[in-house]
Design a protein around this ligand. Structure first.
Ligand SMILES: Nc1ncnc2c1ncn2[C@@H]1O[C@H](COP(=O)(O)OP(=O)(O)O)[C@@H](O)[C@H]1O
Ligand SMILES: N[C@@H](CC(=O)OP(=O)(O)O)C(=O)O
Length: 456
């Protein structure tokens, strides 16, 4: 790829867009119809990562057999609708055989590195199959192992990309490739300096697309999924949710951070840094249009006060209580140092005289989603204070613009929530959001009530 290219689009297709042959075919048609798409980033076929994560947690031989049979069936269904290709069949069979050996190893002893190695096969297989679907459409496509360029640290399960190294490696390995070929590669996976496979955390393929977009000076990053853009709330929860045609980076970042799964929270970081517009659309219905995310200056319409309602499930609330906090200095610094040491990022914080409550992000590549809240972390915190953990909570966030300058906020928002218990609320740190921590059993109805009051 040379620097003379005027248009370079990175197109990412999520799990549902490569779930089966028809979904892959729809996605491949989008690529084939747009000569500006130079790099395709793929997730694993829907359902496969969950099966692989379960295998990585160590399962007995009967369950392993069942899971592997399911994985094989999903991939064979696609393979068998392609023209007979013994080499591709061998590649898939080899991947299944590796999954089987790694799962057996995981049943003896699990490890984060082994988990990442195992789950990487989802993306490795879907990308192999997709190359052949593109070839069926007479497109020249080459398979590229993203681990050659997606350099990360060694925090297996949620590795941090090394931006400068990725740029250099992309220059060396991708920019030199023949631009006539569409490069098909994997989202979500990377490698640390000694070559071991890492992952960027669940849903991380969007992030891969943005990182490659930044490294390759892309003109746009297209995220193709199962909804026709970003909506005023999750359309699976509120059927009346409205599509947003254009949205600023700041608003979309808030939405992603507070749970709008349509974008991985880190996706917009490279896009903002390098000012690359991000498009979100449906691979099943590309003619329905989508949402374009870009900087505030590009937005044609006026920014609304209320933009969206987001829901982030399975939150953990830590309440730390200690008389040592009273008129003392450094207590919070110590707490945050311990959390940082254990790779925990803190989302919301409220404090009182002797206690601090915080919600923490514990997601990594695991099925329970709480793998980062470990005993060593809790033991260390307990040396400073009493630790109370509360689960079964969700975070509901109202996203908007200049919210802190709006006079009637309390009445407008709290009046519609009078039926519900609110465990914690946060407002004021950002002009873009107001957040509530609520019981998981109430969260969907709270989203519905808020959406109705603010958008319907
Ligand atoms: N505000 C929102 N707008 C659109 N979709 C949303 C929103 N909030 C949550 N979602 C959910 O995000 C899903 C798409 O994300 P995801 O399942 O990760 O897709 P993919 O597998 O394509 O990456 C949608 O099906 C939808 O339920
Ligand atoms: N396959 C990975 C990465 C990913 O981004 O998937 P999706 O695009 O389907 O959310 C996961 O399930 O986490």
């Amino acid at each position: 790829m040379s620097n003379q290219i005027q248009q370079c689009i990175i197109a990412k297709f999520g799990g549902t867009s490569v779930a089966d042959y028809q979904a892959m075919y729809n996605s491949a048609k989008i690529v084939a119809n747009n000569p500006n798409v130079k790099v395709v980033v793929l997730s694993a076929s829907a359902g496969i990562t969950n099966l692989l994560v379960a295998l990585a947690e160590g399962r007995d031989s009967e369950i392993r057999k069942q899971h592997i049979a399911k994985i094989q069936a999903i991939q064979y269904n696609i393979l068998e609708q392609l023209p007979e290709n013994p080499i591709l069949r061998e590649v898939i069979d080899q991947a299944i055989s590796n999954i089987s050996s790694l799962s057996e190893a995981a049943s003896l002893a699990t490890s984060p590195a082994l988990t990442d190695e195992l789950v990487s096969y989802g993306e490795l297989m879907s990308s192999r199959l997709f190359v052949e679907v593109l070839k069926q459409l007479d497109k020249h496509a080459i398979w590229f192992d993203v681990r050659k360029v997606m350099r990360t640290d060694n925090k297996f399960g949620k590795a941090t990309p090394k931006i400068e190294e990725i740029k250099q490696l992309c220059c060396a390995h991708i920019k030199s490739l023949n631009i006539e070929n569409i490069i098909v590669t994997q989202g979500f996976i990377g490698s640390e300096s000694s070559g071991k496979t890492t992952t960027l955390g669940r849903g991380g393929s969007d992030y891969t697309a943005a990182l490659l977009g930044e490294a390759l000076n892309a003109t746009q990053i297209d995220i193709w999924t199962d909804v026709a853009g970003i909506y005023t709330t999750d359309p699976r929860i509120v059927q009346n949710a409205k599509k947003i045609d254009e949205i600023t980076f700041a608003e979309a970042t808030e939405m992603a951070t507070f749970g709008a799964k349509v974008l991985h929270p880190a996706t917009l970081v490279p896009a903002v840094r390098s000012n690359i517009p991000v498009f979100v659309g449906s691979s099943k219905a590309p003619d329905k249009g989508g949402t374009i995310v870009y900087n505030t200056n590009s937005i044609r319409s006026e920014l609304p006060l209320f933009r969206a309602v987001a829901l982030r499930r399975r939150q953990t609330l830590l309440t730390l209580n200690s008389l040592n906090m009273l008129h003392a200095q450094g207590f919070l610094a110590n707490v945050f140092a311990i959390l940082a040491k254990h790779n925990i990022s803190v989302d919301l914080v409220t404090t009182s005289e002797v206690s601090v409550a915080l919600t923490i992000d514990t997601t990594g590549t695991s099925t329970d989603g709480n793998s980062l809240l470990t005993k060593p972390l809790l033991d260390e915190l307990s040396t400073l204070c009493c630790v109370d953990i509360q689960e079964d909570l969700d975070l509901v966030a109202i996203i908007g613009n200049n919210l802190t300058t709006f006079k009637g906020m309390a009445k407008k928002v709290f009046a519609s929530l009078e039926e519900y218990t609110i465990r914690l609320s946060c407002f004021g740190a950002s002009t873009h959001n107001i957040c509530f921590l609520v019981k998981s059993s109430d969260s969907e109805s709270i989203v519905k009530v808020l959406h109705q009051s603010l958008f319907e």
